[in-house]
Design a protein around this ligand. Sequence first.
Ligand SMILES: C[S@@+](CC[C@H](N)C(=O)[O-])C[C@H]1O[C@@H](n2cnc3c(N)ncnc32)[C@H](O)[C@@H]1O
Length: 261
Amino acid sequence: MPTVQENLALWGERYDWSHAGDGWSLAWGGTEQLWGGTLLPRLQPFLPASTILEIAPGYGRCTAYLKDLAERLLLVDLNENCIEACMRRFSDASNIEYHVNDGRSLEMVPDGTIDLVFSWDSLVHVDAASVSAYVEQLARKLTPDGVVFLHHSNAGQHLGLLSRLLPQRAYLPLERRLNRNWRDPVMSARSFREVCGRSGLVPIVQELIEWRPPRWLLTDCISVATLPGSRHEQPLAVRYNPRFMAEARRLRKTSELYGSP
Ligand SMILES: C[S@@+](CC[C@H](N)C(=O)[O-])C[C@H]1O[C@@H](n2cnc3c(N)ncnc32)[C@H](O)[C@@H]1O
């Protein structure tokens, strides 16, 4: 199970950040395609957003786009080297604030100020208790029409059941085989809805997605939530999307045909 300590050790100075995260966009054909073809269409309804909070930016793969969408952008990451790399990379941008945290706390973010909270490809590796701690604080941080857009683990939906049904000695090797992307084995779309309910957030969209074969194992979830009475409030729409990576492949093929920046 991923812990704060393991995340601190894994993504720290010793990690090979020479690709600044862009290597993780190769399935899309590059970060431009990931951003323009997959993320922006899902974020569009919540833009413009004058103040954006990005949790766990790494070396700024998505920050490079978010900074141009916001008047003010707050970055919070557990690892100091990540925040320092973002400071170097975005030294020309005067609208970014940088914070290193303990993997859970958002105390540096003033209440009632955030229009959009964004996190991509990071919280999937974060334990359910830490994700819940973030979500609990986020209800206080949002402006009245503010929105939370988080990519988190849904592995708990499958593994939770198996861990209850099977004895440890049978479950652990199975978990190793089914959880090759180091997803938190407890967190799920359902846990996100439960913590929203406790914290005063209203979940409005959940897209359960695959990350790598087998396609039927929807290990990840993109969850969107807002505050009651917000202009974005709507009944929860849930989509089971076992063809999420097919979207990435289509974008990659288009970029192979036409070329990419
Ligand atoms: C796989 S990298 C992804 C970075 C970036 N989101 C991207 O897509 O390129 C994971 C990042 O999450 C950060 N991280 C891990 N656990 C965290 C936590 N509990 N709170 C804040 N940041 C965390 C790591 O320091 C690292 O920067």
